[in-house]
Design a protein. Structure first.
Length: 436
């Protein structure tokens, strides 16, 4: 073994005992009950907290307590805040319910997983990587969101971190990269990936990362904990942009990371406190209210998206539809295995290309259509966007097309308007874009 991380052995033992499981989904009723939680938190809209006495002050500075409480969440809001702690606990239950149950049964005295909320998804991703990376280390990075991609390139250019961009949908390619390079400390992937909706095999890749004493970090933003719980399949760190489905109403920007307790409490906490990527108590409160119905929202959105994907698949004005639960998806079997449903995002290839894409966007910019022309996703409002002219317009065309983001690709995030209404609007918009 490489003795890369001091906490590795302890984490491996706990991971095999409590986290890995053959049951890949949390029971739906239990999930919804955990999301509703135990009521609502108060908004602790304050930057600092009064101590009872000197000893109390000193105690609260000691960090995360074994009971999972965070005494420092009652010191100074950059370190943590009770409203944010409430949200962290709900997310912890949604991603890790089985770990909690298994550890309780085994009378485990220390928490297995640590959790921190952040002011954005990017703050969660960048801070969590900065907590473990060292000069000379290497990362394997899959097809990831633009800012994640540019953050790892920044690490490479400024700090001597090597980055290998690998198609993580092909486990063999990940293996070959590990065989060739012995300084890889983590694999970072999204599944489903943004915007191509490619699926990576979490379980198979986690076996490779474990054998190489490297971390598997899964961005679970698109799936949400309702559809997929990566710790069950061997992930070491799970991150989310809470801006998307956790919030669900486009009212705030936020992020969250969960991972080995020892790493989070001893190492990552210091980076968190020094960088200051903490969310505001009000944003944590907003997310604590909206997370309560995440299961209901994501179920409705997935049901609608599946019907819309089928409609698009059969539409002669569409060249190709990317949706994990459509049989033509290259990783359909894998998606079915690791996800409860197909999710709320669909990408599709318009016949024609760029011009038709722009026309379709302009149709949905109109006030009489049930979608918004906007680049976020995961809201109860449907959003449609054209990556070639919007989110990915900065990527050189050749590279963009190689990554599957072609001129005619459209990304649709299905909201809660209902599939009939959305299909009717798409039908009108597609005909108009094609001059029919
Ligand atoms: C998969 C994924 N990860 C991370 C992010 C970054 O999240 P945020 O915008 O909350 O910083 C996004 C944003 O679109 C995303 O789609």
């Amino acid at each position: 073994m490489k003795n890369r991380f001091e906490w590795w052995q302890g984490w491996m033992e706990k991971k095999s005992k409590y986290a890995r499981t053959t049951e890949l989904q949390m029971n739906e009723g239990r999930f919804n009950a955990a999301a509703v939680g135990t009521g609502l938190p108060l908004i602790y809209q304050q930057s600092t907290f009064k101590f009872e006495n000197a000893a109390d002050g000193a105690n609260r500075f000691l960090g995360m307590s074994p009971s999972g409480e965070k005494p420092f969440a009652r010191v100074y809001t950059r370190l943590g805040n009770p409203t944010t702690e409430y949200l962290e606990k709900v997310m912890f239950k949604l991603e890790c319910d089985h770990i909690i149950q298994n550890a309780l049964k085994a009378d485990e005295s220390l928490p297995t997983i640590g959790v921190f909320a952040f002011s954005s998804g990017m703050a969660a991703i960048s801070t969590t990587i900065l907590g473990f990376i060292k000069p000379g280390d290497a990362l394997i990075v899959g097809n990831v969101y633009g800012s994640t991609d540019s953050f790892v390139r920044f690490l490479e250019n400024r700090f001597g971190i090597e980055v290998f961009f690998v198609d993580t949908t092909d486990t063999q390619k990940v293996k070959e990269c590990f065989d060739e390079h012995h300084n890889i400390v983590a694999v970072l992937l999204e599944t489903p990936a943004n915007p191509t909706l490619e699926i990576s095999d979490i379980q198979a890749i986690s076996e490779l990362t474990e054998a190489n004493e490297a971390l598997l970090m899964v961005d679970n933003t698109f799936a949400t904990p309702f559809l997929q719980q990566p710790f069950r399949m061997g992930a070491d760190i799970v991150v989310h942009s809470m801006t998307k489905y956790i919030n669900g109403h486009s009212t705030s920007i936020g992020g969250i990371a969960l991972g080995p307790y020892e790493y989070f409490s001893n190492e990552l906490f210091h980076v968190y406190k020094d960088l200051g990527p903490t969310p505001s108590p009000f944003d944590s409160w907003l997310n604590s209210t909206s997370i309560q119905d995440i299961g209901l929202r994501v179920k409705t959105q997935s049901e609608s998206a599946h019907k819309i994907a089928q409609f698009l698949h059969e539409n002669p004005l569409i060249d190709h539809v990317y949706y994990p639960f459509l049989k033509n998806h290259p990783q359909y079997e894998m998606a079915k295995k690791q996800m409860r449903m197909g999710g709320g995002v669909i990408s599709f290839e318009l016949k024609g290309g760029y011009e038709e894409g722009i026309k379709l966007m302009n149709f949905f910019a109109r006030v009489d259509t049930p979608m918004e022309l906007a680049v976020s996703l995961g809201s109860v409002i449907s959003y449609i966007e054209h990556p070639a002219s919007m989110t990915h317009s900065v990527v050189p065309e050749e590279e963009r097309v190689l990554r599957g983001i072609t001129n005619g690709l459209i990304r649709l995030s299905v909201g809660a308007e209902g599939s009939d209404v959305l299909i009717e609007a798409l039908d009108r918009g597609l005909k108009l874009a094609h001059g029919k």
